[in-house]
Design a protein around this ligand. Structure first.
Ligand SMILES: [Zn+2]
Length: 250
């Protein structure tokens, strides 16, 4: 169920039944020579839309861009400042609250967005905005971590992971014909966080962070996405059953 395909009377009808909406968010950032620049938003969008279809939940258009300054030494990365993202997220949430959506859930594909999203939610609640606002990263569940560990072991790593690359291979197999595929060295350097873009490229010269994306396959991607979707269905069921505070009463 995509918001972009509805007319406003259909949104009105939806709001008579449900008050939840999902917003996929990702990043446009390098994912090593093995992965797509759009990996994070492509994966988040696909998983959010699958859950939206299976649960009859509305999914808003994807916010492709995110906070990726540490990847800016690699060509093609497009980053938002955290302050920009705070304003964009705030405007999106305020718009949806105005229309009486009450559960606004960002389905996230990029770890670098999380601090900014949570800061934004705190700021919005400080404005006494009603409703439940949250971010769920599709990869951040014990079941997803377990299947990636079972398949890729130590090669899953932290960025340009074979897990996320597998999902994009599953979704867009034809885009991988010209990507790197050879096995390389699996490096596990010591480092601190955050890194500047220059530090990032010095520590991780080909853009991978402790990962072995050459292990990615379409088949693994289908399996990992299914586990992520099942986990999200469970979490969203809990969120839909959550009793919200009715602050206007009394
Ligand atoms: Zn990623």
């Amino acid at each position: 169920m995509l918001l972009e395909n509805l007319a406003y009377p259909e949104v009105e009808d939806y709001l008579k039944e449900k008050d939840i909406i999902l917003i996929p968010i990702g990043s446009v950032e390098q994912h090593s020579p093995y992965g797509l620049m759009g990996t994070d938003f492509i994966a988040a969008e696909s998983i959010a839309r699958s859950v939206g279809d299976s649960m009859g939940i509305l999914v808003a258009p994807t916010l492709a861009y995110g906070v990726s300054p540490h990847h800016m030494a690699f060509k093609g990365t497009i980053t938002l400042n955290p302050s920009t993202l705070i304003e964009v997220i705030s405007d999106i949430v305020r718009s949806l609250i105005t229309h009486e959506f009450k559960r606004i859930i960002f389905i996230n594909g990029h770890g670098g967005n999380i601090n900014t999203l949570k800061t934004t939610f705190q700021r919005l609640k400080a404005e006494k905005l009603p409703g439940y606002i949250d971010v769920i990263s599709w990869y951040d569940s014990s079941a997803v971590r377990q299947i990636c560990q079972d398949i890729f072991g130590d090669g899953e790593g932290r960025h340009a992971t074979p897990g996320e690359v597998s999902i994009t291979k599953y979704l867009r197999p034809s885009e991988f014909a010209a990507k790197a595929s050879d096995e390389a060295t699996l490096n596990k350097p010591k480092y601190y966080w955050p890194l500047s873009s220059v530090e990032m490229k010095t520590v991780f010269p080909d853009g991978r962070m402790e990962s072995a994306p050459w292990l990615a396959t379409e088949e693994f991607g289908g399996r990992i996405a299914a586990v992520a979707v099942a986990g999200l269905e469970k979490k969203l069921t809990e969120i839909m059953n959550l009793e919200l505070v009715n602050a206007s009463a009394g």
